[in-house]
Design a protein around this ligand. Structure first.
Ligand code: IPD
Ligand code: CA
Ligand code: CA
Length: 254
């Protein structure tokens, strides 16, 4: 399964990269929410490969939907995470593929085709970047920490994120908005940022990334500190060391 997840993510990454310099067809599927022809092509490639190799497994994929069965194996696919970036030719985007077993994360792969970065994790097996072990950062306090977040689409959500940002900016090193939740989780796992949080996530944004963070030594909870499950829309992923301090900081917002 891990080999197939990597093959699917790298193959889809090749398709995404081929279309990166040219024009793409962009459609609005919701308020400020884009989808391109490349999202769909990437999704078909990934889902066809999974169906060929594992015909009995379920697939839950962002554009095609699907069924999140309670039992058995579920492949949770984001064929292109960071579509708004991609549509603008901004270079931060990735493919994210997670496998759940009985709703618990088993495998996570995030592939950044431009950088040729393949982040991969298996429960109990640690996290790797291009086959080299990775670990979350050693930042022990918020004071010098780099925190990732995203704005969301709705104005109400953006106002809420502004309040979080305003509070954090006065106590942490700095704040980064990446535009790809999957890459933000991968960067926490690699120790390139110290934490990432967002209140409006979907299972395909988090299935692979939260496993990578945990396997790299980090911690994932809801933004109120409850254990994180892929069905939860809000997630705080950190290097573990600053988790409680950040929960406390976020808790001071409405
Ligand atoms: C989005 C990105 C973005 C996050 C949004 C996601 P998409 O995914 O991960 O960073 O803030 O919540 O929906 O639409 O580009 O796959
Ligand atoms: Ca996404
Ligand atoms: Ca997507």
């Amino acid at each position: 399964m891990l080999k197939t997840a990597i093959e699917a993510a790298v193959g889809a990454g090749r398709l995404i990269l081929e279309s990166y310099p040219g024009n793409r067809t962009v459609t609005l599927k919701g308020f400020r929410d884009l989808v391109t022809d490349v999202d769909i092509a990437s999704e078909s490639f990934i889902c066809n490969l999974i169906r060929t190799r594992f015909p009995d497994h379920s697939i839950l994929s962002e554009e095609a939907g699907g069924h999140a069965a309670d039992e058995g194996f579920i492949w949770v696919v984001d064929p292109l995470d960071g579509t708004t970036n991609y549509a603008h030719h901004h270079p931060l985007f990735a493919v994210s593929i997670g496998v759940l077993h009985r709703k618990k994360p088993l495998i996570g792969v995030i592939h950044d085709p431009l950088q040729n970065h393949t982040f991969a994790a298996q429960t109990g097996g640690g996290a790797r970047l291009n086959d080299m072990p990775i670990h979350t950062s050693g930042a022990g306090t918020l004071k010098h920490a780099m925190i990732g977040m995203d704005w969301g689409h709705e104005n109400k959500m953006r106002e809420r994120m502004l309040r979080y940002a305003s509070r954090m900016l006065s106590v942490c090193g700095t704040v980064r908005v990446l535009g790809s939740a999957a890459l933000a989780f991968a960067y926490v796992a690699a120790g390139w940022i110290d934490a990432y949080f967002q209140p409006g996530l979907k299972p395909w944004d988090t299935a692979a990334g939260t496993l990578l963070v945990k396997e790299a030594g980090g911690r994932c909870t809801t933004m109120k500190g409850a254990p994180y499950r892929v069905q939860c829309p809000d997630c705080l992923a950190t290097n573990r060391l600053i988790h409680d301090e950040l929960l406390n900081c976020l808790g001071q917002q409405s």
